[in-house]
Design a protein around this ligand. Sequence first.
Ligand code: DHE
Length: 530
Amino acid sequence: MPSHARKVIALALVWLGLAMLLAFAPSHAQAADATSAGVASHYQQHCAACHGVDRLGGMGPALLPENLSRLRKPEALKVVRDGRTATQMPPFGAALSADELTALVDWIYTPVVPAPRWSEADIRASRIQHADPAALADRPVFDADPLNLFLVVEAGDHHVSVLDGDRLEPIHRFPSRHALHGGPKFAQGGRYVYFGSRDGWVTKYDLWNLTVVAEVRAGINTRNVAVSPDGSHVAVANYLPHTLVLLDGDLNLLKSIEVTDRDGKQSSRVSAVYEATPRQSFVAALKDVPEVWEISYTRAVEDIPVGFIHDFKQREGEFIPGYLNPRRTHLADVLDDFFFTQDYSELMGASRAGKGQVVNLDVRKKVADLPLAGMPHLGSGITWEWQGRRVMASTNLKAAEVTVIDLDSWEVLRRIPTRGPGFFLRSHENSRYAFVDSMMSPEAKHLLQVIDKETLEVVREIAGQPGRTLAHVEFTRDGRYALASLWEDDGAVVVYDAQTLEEVKRLPMRKPVGKYNVWNKITREEGTSH
Ligand code: DHE
């Protein structure tokens, strides 16, 4: 056989061998599929019963990257391996190898594609009526001032405590949905309160009867809720899906609005929604589209502010109010969160990148820039009178300062240095002090600083135990006591005399987060969040 023919046969044999190898060896894609099939089957075997076959949650929370963003992966691995004490979460360290545990945790941090949907039918089907409203008493069933109650959200074991603000003692404690976020919102003179959970559950609670009335799941990953003071309308801001959901006061669905730009091309998460009583509307900031939305919740034309008239559509000679329809204000930059001025005609907003702007809701335009830096936390702003003018102050999640802004000129009047970046700022009209935390700083998170609202100086430091977070203050109805959270699993609500700044007592709690006084909330006290 000629040598070149031998070479051709040898080459052909090599190719044949390679082809056979490729045919019979599993490809990378197949190997990856096999791994993800293994993970999926571990999930279905061990997790689905509590967390849902589709990872959308059930008895346990949703296991999607959006919902897990507050939990670091190593912490999640520990929970899956060792379980969570005092919850239904068992340990899987014996059932799964270390590699299998890691793969499972990696998998729950991987987005579900396509993104899960939560339709109007899903919302309707999720509603649970827990109590018959007709069977509930129309006066408080306890002996305490219903307007000086506090609700304390305890994240340690997902409960809410009800405190009597006069005796400074708990009167009741009940289980909440997993991971409540944002302030609960009060309606009908403080009788009803609405909670939102990060997993999309909205709970209506009757504070006079100390009972849950109804619940609905309005989304898969939710930011916060807003409620009209008469309790007739509830708005829910969602990250997942991209919807703004409108409910009636009994949590029946009115409308789920797909959130997009005007052309319907770019969809958007909703950063936050707030209620604007003088305007009879909800106002929402969008995360991915530079627009602010205002949604009227009244049908009565005489209740609608003048600016809204331009939004009415003329049909067959009749004006139809924009009831429950968004009215858009177009901006150059997105807003993450904002703060209303006293009459609610303007809002001060900022993006996470710190770009601040003032938007007039009547003329639907940006009217000023705000000279802010870092990551201002305007949602936790407070106001007071200072030297004959009205000022607003807020913390900054990235800068160690409280920024004080003139509400007429929009100038920064003072940057008060703090020990570290803080989350919450609180005062009361009867107190000369404002309390600020430094909870974003590992070195200073145990320190509360007290600012004199006259001198704009820090006048006192209240030190807890280093390494243990002390944050989020709320005053009693009369402003006499300030209650702070020792934000640990074996934590407490610590009560301070708001004049002497001395500790008065401690009420043990499981990781108390926010606390909310009924009177301060329903009267929109200037020293607290709304
Ligand atoms: Fe909050 C309120 C946004 C992280 C605890 N938080 C709010 C509000 C917004 C907001 C828009 C106002 C809603 C309302 O009250 O109706 N929070 C954000 C974020 O964008 C951020 C930085 C990141 C995120 O993933 O959401 C964030 N928040 C946190 C936390 O890590 C905190 C400290 C712990 C937790 O439980 O998640 C936290 N946020 C709170 C609390 C309030 C709140 C306690 C209500 C404050 C109040 O007193 O009214």
